[in-house]
Design a binder for this molecule. Structure first.
Ligand SMILES: Nc1ncnc2c1ncn2[C@@H]1O[C@H](COP(=O)(O)OP(=O)(O)O)[C@@H](O)[C@H]1O
Ligand SMILES: [Mg+2]
Length: 273
């Protein structure tokens, strides 16, 4: 187990962003009935690296994220983060571990405003315990204010401060995607998992997203799953290619792009072209 407690409870509001941390998945195998979604997949992200994960539909990209997040238990394999084995990861502990994830699509809480959604991503900075919050003790109030300010600042950074009070489902899709990113970033994760963040975005929004992801380099370790291969190639330090649950190629973007196995995997789909 990694130091869940210290990350969740102790350091609180003044926590400074830490350097991204090394992450490794080793020999992960996941089967769903007769389908092998991941077949002994090993993937590593260096501290502060932006790693792209690409591959045709059904290659196992989302399943890989689901294992890291504890949604799916692998039949075999191990996860390592900050030099320790990650075991029994639960989704409600991810933020405390320093891991944030965005879902394919949107996945904002429909009953909460934009600001409240983003505040959920900052929960790990709450210093007072649940009791103070429930009894509305001053410490709980201070926390609430601090979280609100953090969330507001993050929304402003993403150019969304004007929609803080809106309900997410009333916003245009690209704005919802920004809010999703704000909710992930506000927790200052050391490992950020992005599942198709560019889905449904136009050229301008996509370019801005690319710049934003690039700006995380060095301070956050990033795994970027993305169909838009051009975005991956322009923003990632390294790329891993999955096909039918296996790693078929990895390396720097220029090398991977030319790899005949990769071209073959994408053959017949318009994704590389
Ligand atoms: N919960 C599940 N139950 C059954 N099969 C699944 C489940 N999740 C994924 N799969 C199957 O596993 C394979 C990999 O899917 P996925 O990881 O979603 O691929 P990708 O994200 O690369 O498109 C696919 O064949 C998919 O149908
Ligand atoms: Mg997917």
């Amino acid at each position: 187990m990694v130091g869940v407690g210290s990350a969740v409870m102790g350091e609180g509001v003044q926590a400074t962003p830490q350097l991204g941390c090394r992450f490794a998945a080793r020999e992960l195998t996941v089967r769903f009935g007769g389908i092998t979604a991941l077949d002994a997949v090993s993937v590593e992200v260096a501290a502060g690296e932006v790693l792209g994960v690409i591959g045709p539909n059904g290659a196992g990209k989302t399943t890989l994220f689901n294992v890291i997040c504890g949604f799916v238990a692998p039949q075999s394999g191990t996860l390592e983060f900050k030099g320790k084995t990650l075991a029994n990861v639960r989704t409600n502990r991810l933020a405390g571990l320093g891991i944030a994830r965005t879902l394919q699509g949107v996945g904002l809480f429909p009953g909460l405003s934009v600001l409240e959604n983003v505040m959920m991503g900052a929960e790990r900075f709450r210093r007072a315990g649940v009791v103070s919050a429930l009894l509305a003790l001053p410490r709980g109030d201070r926390d609430e204010r601090a979280l609100r300010e953090r969330a507001t600042r993050m929304l402003a950074q993403l150019g969304c401060e004007d929609v803080a009070a809106r309900m997410p489902q009333t916003l245009p899709y690209p704005v919802q995607k920004r809010v999703v990113l704000a909710r992930a970033l506000v927790g200052e994760p050391q490992l950020l998992l992005l599942d198709e963040p560019a889905g449904g975005l136009g050229a301008e929004d996509m370019q801005e997203l690319g710049e934003r992801i690039g700006s995380l380099r060095g301070s956050t370790s990033v795994m970027l799953v993305e169909h838009r291969v051009d975005l991956v190639m322009s923003v990632c330090d390294r790329v891993v290619v999955l096909d039918f649950g296996r790693v078929i190629a990895q390396g720097d973007p220029a090398t991977v792009e030319r790899d005949p196995r990769v071209l073959e995997a994408y053959l017949g789909s318009a994704e590389v072209a």
